[in-house]
Design a protein around this ligand. Structure first.
Ligand SMILES: C[C@@](CO)(OP(=O)(O)O)[C@H](O)COP(=O)(O)OP(=O)(O)OC[C@H]1O[C@@H](n2ccc(N)nc2=O)[C@H](O)[C@@H]1O
Ligand SMILES: Nc1ncnc2c1ncn2[C@@H]1O[C@H](COP(=O)(O)OP(=O)(O)O)[C@@H](O)[C@H]1O
Length: 312
């Protein structure tokens, strides 16, 4: 049995530039992605028959072929036939439909795990190529750390590690946001102003504000980085879910350096100065939203992606 950890991600910066010109079902993005210590656990065991069996400790996660981890195993079986079957168990710790790429992280772990289990010797680039067939966030989840993500979000450039930054993550149990809904709604609202050509897209990228964040990152200047956080999805998700907007404000009012929604939401992450301050903020904000089903997790930025942690 092989056991892997699959870290979640947050988006420190997310700009929607326009249509992804090679495939207009997607959007052209500028993102700075960051792996975090909140992670799912994935166990893989070989089976002699060429089947996929998937279990999960969370009742809302599909255990059939709709599960992204199942799809990752099926893709690997089709690419590398004759390796046998696989039993997958997911310990779900990353909240679902949260903008934290939980499903993508699980799929990434299955790709990395089967590469090890079947002794395939694939490079990280080859694994990311397979991951891109499953979803735009999967390639990042394989390598994790901190990365600039362009194109659909799968054109990755590693950035300097952002280690041990203390984070709070807040999500209301009853609020989930579908990623396709978020992109469709964004297109309906802002599609008329999308950059239409590569030249217009480059201009929009230059004006988007990522430079300030990238500079702060390279200087490890966390207060400046905190002020440069940005997410275009806030413009459509916060008006739709006022409670999420209130949570974002509550983190700042309680003393966080900054707070921002992650990805298509609805999770809000906040940057704290220390573990002690994060615990104080957690207590205060939880009190403010008592009886409204708010979960708060403490986490840190994480310098890696999927990791093999045990082999028995
Ligand atoms: C918004 C982000 C930000 O990191 O994360 P989440 O909030 O989902 O965690 C990602 O772009 C989510 O990536 P992922 O969840 O892998 O997306 P996919 O499965 O590939 O696509 C889901 C849907 O989103 C749309 N989509 C996705 C990526 C992209 N660059 N443009 C899009 O328009 C696609 O049209 C598709 O209908
Ligand atoms: N391994 C998985 N873990 C969680 N959700 C999954 C998984 N595979 C498929 N899904 C489906 O994908 C949807 C979004 O999942 P998730 O990755 O948690 O959200 P997000 O993309 O917002 O981070 C869920 O509603 C669920 O039905």
């Amino acid at each position: 049995m092989y056991r892997l950890i699959a870290p979640a991600k947050i988006n420190l910066f997310l700009q929607i530039v326009g249509d992804y010109l090679p495939d207009p079902r997607y959007h052209e993005l500028v993102m700075v992605m960051q792996a975090i210590t909140l992670a799912d656990g994935i166990s893989l065991s070989p089976l002699s028959q060429e089947v996929i069996v998937l279990t999960c400790d969370h009742p809302q996660v599909p255990t059939n072929s709709h599960n992204l981890a199942y799809k990752a195993a099926a893709l690997m079986q089709s690419q590398f036939p004759g390796q046998g079957g696989i039993e997958i168990h997911i310990d779900k710790r990353i909240p679902i439909g949260a903008g934290l790429a939980g499903g993508s992280a699980d799929a990434a772990a299955v790709l990395v795990g089967l590469d090890i289990l079947w002794d395939l010797g694939l490079t990280q680039g080859e694994l990311q190529g397979l991951g891109g067939q499953l979803g735009a966030d999967v390639p990042f989840c394989i390598g994790g750390g901190t990365a600039l993500a362009l194109g659909r979000g799968d054109d990755l450039t590693p950035l300097p590690d952002l280690d041990h930054v203390v984070l709070l993550l807040g999500k209301f149990t009853n609020i989930s946001v579908s990623t396709p809904w978020a992109y469709q709604t964004y297109r309906q609202t802002y599609g008329a102003s999308y950059a239409q050509t590569p030249v217009q897209q480059e201009k929009k990228r230059q004006q988007g504000g990522s430079r300030e964040l990238l500079q702060a990152l390279s200087q490890k200047d966390i207060p400046t980085l905190a002020q440069a956080l940005h997410n275009d999805f806030e413009a459509i998700v916060l008006p739709e879910y006022p409670l999420v907007a209130q949570l974002r404000q509550a983190f700042v009012d309680a003393g966080a350096m900054a707070a921002m929604m992650s990805g298509s939401g609805p999770t809000v992450f906040a940057i704290a100065e220390s573990q002690g301050q994060a615990e104080t903020i957690k207590t205060q904000v939880q009190g403010q939203f008592a009886d409204q089903g708010l979960d708060i997790w403490l986490a840190q930025t994480c310098p890696h992606g999927v990791r093999l942690v045990a082999q028995a």
